[in-house]
Each structure stands twice: as structure tokens, then as C-alpha cells.
Ligand binder design. Structure first.
Ligand SMILES: N[C@@H](CCC(=O)N[C@@H](CS)C(=O)NCC(=O)O)C(=O)O
Length: 249
């Protein structure tokens, strides 16, 4: 998603150039949209580790607060020394490596890597196909998103209706990626995901990167059309509640 739109030079991961001027209030700073699934991954990890941070709400229409960055998608994380990290899964690894290094780094545990990829490539797309399943559910979702995110009043109205139409088209294209219809596909993907939840978590007794990555995606669906599918899943729902309690979000 982000990759297609970014300028050629923008890269994911830790950046060479420090940007200490982008640190807010001397705390690790996250540039985000309030309702963005990828941002929820990072908020979940920061919450579960009790890390205090500053949040900069980016305006989704013009992305004014992110104009300084070549990477134009949220989340962008800036550590207190000015280290900039782009892309949610890289940010999860970076934060964990600086904190307790509780989960394996990329390349050390193929299962964790696979489930972290699953969060972006499959789960993220599966929820979009459900949330934007019809014009009604799309406008409903955009009504919610434009109320919660950092939209100006004018942009809110335009985005609610125009965004509803655009996201319905995105929902349709995501649905085409899967054989099953959207709701059935999400149920199927949650069943598949359950095979990775070993005991309490993907990580076993404690959450690893795959837990934060997949929880963040599903957390962004709370309150939107189709969340009942998550609530009624016999393995994913108890896991989700454990993640909710431990992350506090
Ligand atoms: N692979 C990226 C995807 C991030 C992404 O697509 N973020 C969306 C918001 S949910 C965004 O910023 N879209 C605007 C854009 O790509 O310009 C990640 O995991 O962080």
C-alpha cells in the first residue's frame, strides 16, 4: 500500500539520518492516524511495555505533520535520540530491541516472521474487504473514521461521502484477492490464525511480534461492521481479550 505511493528514496526500517527536531516533549514520538490498523500494532506494544510516548495525529487528507518525512505513510516512529523508524513491523522490532528484547529479531524465528507478514498481507486486507463490504458499511466506517481522525470539518464531509465510495472500491478489490466472500473469508483466516496461537499467544506464554502485529489489525476493527466475527471466534476472541488487557488499548 504505502510502498507504491512513496517517493523512490523512501525506505522502511531504521533511517540513517537522525531527526531530533521531530521528537515531541522529549519522549519517543509516534506519527499516526487514530484509526490506522498499523498504528494500533505499535500502540499495543508501547502500552504493554508501559512506555510513555508522544502522539502526533497526522491529518489524513494533507498529511501536513508528516511533510518532513520521505516516508509518507503512518506509523512513523521517532526515538528520543532522533532515530526515525518507518513501517509498523520494523517499528515493533525496533521498540522491542531497545526495551526487553523479548521476541526474536527478524530472520531468527520463521514462524514469527510469517505471522507478522500475515498481518499485513492477509489479515489487513481481509478486514478491509469486510468493513467496506457494501456502500452502507463503507459510509458507516468513514463516518466513524472522519469523526475520530484528525480531519477538519470540511474535509470530514467530503471524506465521509467520497471516501465511502473510494473505500467501497478498495473493499471490492481486496475481496477479489480471496476465494470466499468477505465475512466467510475473515472467519477462515481467523481459523487459520488460531493454528499459530500456541498456548496463550503466538509467542507461547508471552506475546511476540506476531501477537502485536495481528492484534493491532483486529483492534482497528472494533466498533466497525464485521467485528462480531472476531467476537464469536472461539480461539481468537479469548486471545484478543488477553492482548487487550496486557496492552491496555
Ligand atoms: N506497510 C505499512 C503500511 C502503512 C499504511 O498503509 N498506512 C496507511 C494508513 S492505515 C497510510 O498511511 N496511508 C497513506 C499513504 O500510504 O499515503 C506499515 O505496516 O506501516
Amino acid at each position: 500500500m504505502a510502498d507504491e505511493k512513496d517517493k523512490a528514496s523512501a525506505t522502511s526500517g531504521v533511517q540513517d539520518t537522525l531527526v531530533p527536531e521531530r521528537v515531541v516533549d522529549g519522549l519517543p514520538t509516534m506519527y499516526c492516524f487514530e484509526t490506522c490498523p498499523f498504528c494500533f500494532k505499535v500502540k499495543a506494544l508501547l502500552g504493554s511495555r508501559g512506555i510513555e510516548y508522544s502522539k502526533v495525529e497526522v491529518d489524513p487528507t494533507f498529511k501536513t505533520q508528516l511533510k518532513w518525512s520521505e516516508w509518507s505513510a503512518v506509523p512513523v516512529f521517532v526515538d528520543i535520540d532522533g532515530t526515525q523508524v518507518n513501517d509498523s513491523n520494523y517499528i515493533l522490532h525496533y521498540i522491542d530491541s531497545k526495551d526487553s528484547s523479548s521476541f526474536p529479531r527478524e530472520g531468527e524465528d520463521p514462524e514469527q516472521d510469517e505471522w507478522m507478514d500475515f498481518s499485513n498481507l492477509i489479515l489487513g486486507k481481509s478486514i478491509v474487504a469486510v468493513i467496506y463490504k457494501s456502500y452502507r458499511t463503507s459510509v458507516q466506517a468513514l463516518d466513524y473514521v472522519t469523526r475520530i481522525d484528525n480531519f477538519s470539518f470540511g474535509a470530514r464531509l467530503v471524506n465521509k461521502w467520497l471516501g465511502g465510495i473510494i473505500m467501497r472500491m478498495v473493499g471490492k478489490s481486496r475481496a477479489k484477492m480471496f476465494e470466499l466472500p468477505p465475512r466467510e473469508n475473515l472467519e477462515f483466516q481467523l481459523d487459520h490464525m488460531s493454528s499459530g496461537i500456541k498456548s496463550d499467544y503466538f509467542g507461547g506464554e508471552n506475546p511476540n511480534g506476531a501477537d502485536f502485529a495481528n492484534y493491532g489489525i483486529l483492534r482497528s476493527m472494533e466498533g466497525l461492521y464485521g467485528f462480531d466475527i472476531v467476537e464469536s471466534h472461539s480461539t481468537v476472541w479469548p486471545w484478543y481479550q488477553r492482548m487487550k488487557i496486557s496492552s491496555g488499548i
